[in-house]
Design a binder for this molecule. Structure first.
Ligand SMILES: [Zn+2]
Length: 274
């Protein structure tokens, strides 16, 4: 990849920003179409993932199976989540297995994230990351959770993933998406998409037809983390769509466990298969 001096990139970005948007807001990519390389590698990767150990570890939500009481308990758990254990800005020189970033985490001003009717983006993605990180730490993986700002750099890891949820003024227009750094393993990216599709009870190819997109796109964190296998940004869905917001809340425990399963699968794969 060609390197462009940072100052030039910053100048271009700032020059093209609509007023009132900070540089970081503008750097959260909006993925509108699936990249050709993701489409071309789909069939082969679906076959491999269906036969992999990952497939048997994934769960699906049974929509409507949750009672109103269970839903309110879960909702208050999401909205009252304490700080995620082990959150830090990271240590330069350390080698992490997995670095996770809940979108906008700990940010109080500027791009603080989307707001749904019941939960904020910061809360729901922090819930998902917190549960996924705990699972992986319990399995002895070296996991770091970083906030949105002040992260040390460069950090080193096998995998970096930032988890966001969308908001849109029009409502109900954007599906889940995955933005990945162009040096990432396509198999790893498909594994994340596959596990998210399963959480919602979809087959991965149907999930893609239903609006899930993946594309190589930039994110402000990518230059701060050297990740051997993949660097990605997952958007789980749109909180400003009431129907989707409820579905995301109900599915969030399963998204967390499937995400943990896909990350475990990715970091333990022999490097020839990534
Ligand atoms: Zn976000």
């Amino acid at each position: 990849m060609k390197t462009v001096p940072t100052i030039v990139v910053a100048a271009i970005l700032l020059a093209s920003l609509p007023s009132g948007l900070s540089a970081e807001e503008a750097e959260v990519p909006i993925i509108e179409e699936t990249s050709q390389e993701i489409i071309e590698s789909l069939t082969e990767n679906i076959q491999a993932l269906r036969l992999s150990s990952l497939a048997s570890e994934l769960s699906s939500i049974e929509l409507g199976a949750m009672s109103d009481d269970q839903f309110s308990v879960l909702l208050s758990e999401i909205n009252s989540l304490p700080e995620i254990e082990g959150t830090s800005t990271g240590e330069v020189g350390a080698e992490y297995d997995i670095i996770l970033q809940p979108g906008h985490y700990k940010r109080k001003t500027g791009a603080t994230g989307a707001q749904g009717a019941r939960v904020s983006e910061q809360r729901i993605v922090a819930y998902i990351v917190s549960h996924a990180a705990k699972k992986l730490k319990d399995e002895q993986f070296n996991v770091l959770v970083v906030p949105a700002d002040g992260v040390s750099s460069p950090l080193k890891a096998k995998v970096f993933l930032s988890v966001h949820a969308d908001g849109n003024a029009k409502g109900c227009v954007v599906g889940p998406s995955l933005a990945y750094k162009d040096t990432s393993s396509l198999h790893a990216m498909h594994a994340v998409g596959f596990s998210l599709a399963r959480a919602f009870g979809y087959e991965y190819d149907d999930f893609m037809k239903d609006g899930y997109t993946a594309n190589s796109a930039k994110y402000y964190m990518y230059p701060k983390v050297n990740a051997d296998i993949m660097s990605g940004l997952l958007e789980i869905g749109e909180l400003t769509c009431p129907e989707i917001e409820d579905k995301l809340i109900e599915t969030s425990p399963v998204i967390a466990s499937n995400l943990a399963a896909s990350l475990r699968y990715i970091v333990t794969l022999p490097s020839s298969e990534n």
